[in-house]
Structure formats: C-alpha cells, structure tokens
Design a binder for this molecule. Structure first.
Ligand SMILES: [Zn+2]
Ligand SMILES: [Zn+2]
Length: 271
C-alpha cells in the first residue's frame, strides 16, 4: 500500500500561499490520492515582525464556500476535507474554543508557530542561549498548549522549532527533552489526540520528518495509534512529497495504520 491521503496543505486562503485550491486538487488527483484535507492557517493574535504582512488571518466563510464548490466538482475523483491549522497560544483559550465549534470541520491540526509570543522562525529566538535551551522553552510551551487547548484532533509538526535553529537538528536529540516529550505524548494519548507526521522536515533537509523518528517510536511505545500524514504543501508540486519515505519510517517505528478524518472522527487505513 501507499499513503493515499494528504492531511496538511494550504491554498491561497492562507496568506503564505498563492496556490488556487483547484490547482492543488488537480495535482492531488494526478498523483492518485484518494483524500486530501485542506488545512488553512487560523493563527489569531500572531506576533508579526515589523513590516511583515499579517498572513495568518483567515476568511473562513470564503474558504468554506470555495471548498464546497470544488468538493462537488471533484466528488468522483477525490474526497476533500474541510480542515484548519489552529495556531495555539494559551491566552487564546476562549477564542479557539468558540472558533473550533463555529464550523463543521472535518479535521483540526493544533500547531505552535509561536513560543511565549516569540517566533522561532527568526534567529533572535535562539540568541543569547544554547540551542538546547531554546528548544526546551519551545517544547515546554507545546506542553502547556496541548494541556490547555484541547480543540484539535492531531498535534502538528511537533518539533517544528528544530527547522530554524543555527545548526538545525544536528545537536537535537529526543533524550535531551525526554521528560517533556513523554508528558506531551502521554497527554495526547490519554485524550485520544493524534500526532501528525509532517514530511516538510524531509524536504528541508533534516533527514527526518517533524516530529523525528525517536518521537514517533516513543508515541507508539506509549500506546499512541493515531497518525496522520501531511506534506504541509503551499504549492501544488509539494503535495504528498516524501510520502513513501514517511511510510517506511512509520512501519519501522511499529505503526501499521495511518488515519484520515471526516467530521472529526478518525478512520484507520493500512500503511
Ligand atoms: Zn504549521
Ligand atoms: Zn501548515
């Protein structure tokens, strides 16, 4: 089997993508995928760098309107899920709770793009301390978010922060943050939340998806079973990138199934 469902992608309803939704669907169909889920950014109260455009606002009504139009048009070719990637920040508890209930989403990814109001995308996040310390602050903030904001189905790109540090993932290891990771993973499992395998890490040259193999193995060891696979494509040619590599890795880590979601309920498909 192969992974036939890409459950993380953006279109031009996300401010950091200029891809028309129809171009994304066209590409997904040409790759032989059976399912995709569009997961536009909804990242309220994002802290932007001076001069940076506010790209993480979302007009959800317009997005849904276009999705419904294309879902109908492509209904014999591919199943199109209505999803969102929620940017988690602890002070947004009420806003995210209301938003997640306001639409009939098929699938919600929870992601941490900010850490205590700082953006790890910029070098300042790592300045004046060791890379391990910066990583640790990020993972502690992830733990706080997963505990206080239960409005998602899977947690997205768990070790996202390692993409942006001065040495990428060269010095990064599960063991350095094992205690925090175990608390995050245990919390996800106890609350029936899944973990996303985000293949963008492979594409960025990390040699690993996000999260890395050690975390995926540990999630499996602790009893975790809900895995979704997403490319985080912002352009048509990024859809389903490195999915064969992700599949092999998941099998090595002990998984036999991955999940798709409809109406926020997981369905298990054979890897
Ligand atoms: Zn993200
Ligand atoms: Zn994304």
């Amino acid at each position: 089997m192969a992974v036939k469902a890409d459950f993380h992608m953006h279109t031009n309803f996300s401010g950091d993508s200029s891809a028309p939704m129809e171009d994304m669907l066209h590409r997904a169909v040409s790759l032989g995928l059976s399912h995709v889920c569009i997961t536009e950014h909804y990242d309220p109260d994002f802290v932007y760098a001076p001069g940076e455009e506010a790209v993480f606002e979302l007009n959800t009504d317009s997005y849904l309107y276009e999705l419904l139009r294309l879902r109908q048009k492509y209904k014999d070719k591919i199943t199109v899920g209505f999803g969102v990637e929620l940017g988690l920040q602890p002070h947004l508890k009420r806003q995210l709770a209301v938003y997640a209930k306001s639409y009939d989403f098929d699938f919600i990814i929870g992601s941490s793009h900010l850490c205590n109001g700082k953006d790890p995308y910029y070098p300042e996040f790592f300045e004046g301390r060791s890379e391990d310390e910066a990583h640790h602050e990020y993972f502690l903030s992830v733990l706080e978010c997963v505990k206080t904001l239960p409005y998602f189905d899977v947690y997205g790109h768990l070790d996202y922060v390692v993409r942006y540090g001065p040495t990428f993932n060269e010095k990064y290891a599960y063991a350095k943050h094992a205690d925090v990771f175990d608390q995050i993973l245990t919390h996800l499992i106890e609350n029936e939340k899944g973990l996303e395998v985000n293949t963008k890490g492979f594409c960025m040259g990390l040699g690993q998806p996000n999260p890395c193999a050690e975390i995926l193995k540990r999630y499996h060891e602790l009893g975790g079973e809900i895995i979704t696979v997403g490319s985080d494509a912002h352009k048509p040619d990024e859809i389903a990138q490195e999915f064969d590599r992700a599949r092999s890795l998941l099998l090595e880590c002990g998984f036999r199934y991955y999940c798709i979601y409809q109406s926020r309920v997981p369905e298990y498909l054979k890897l």
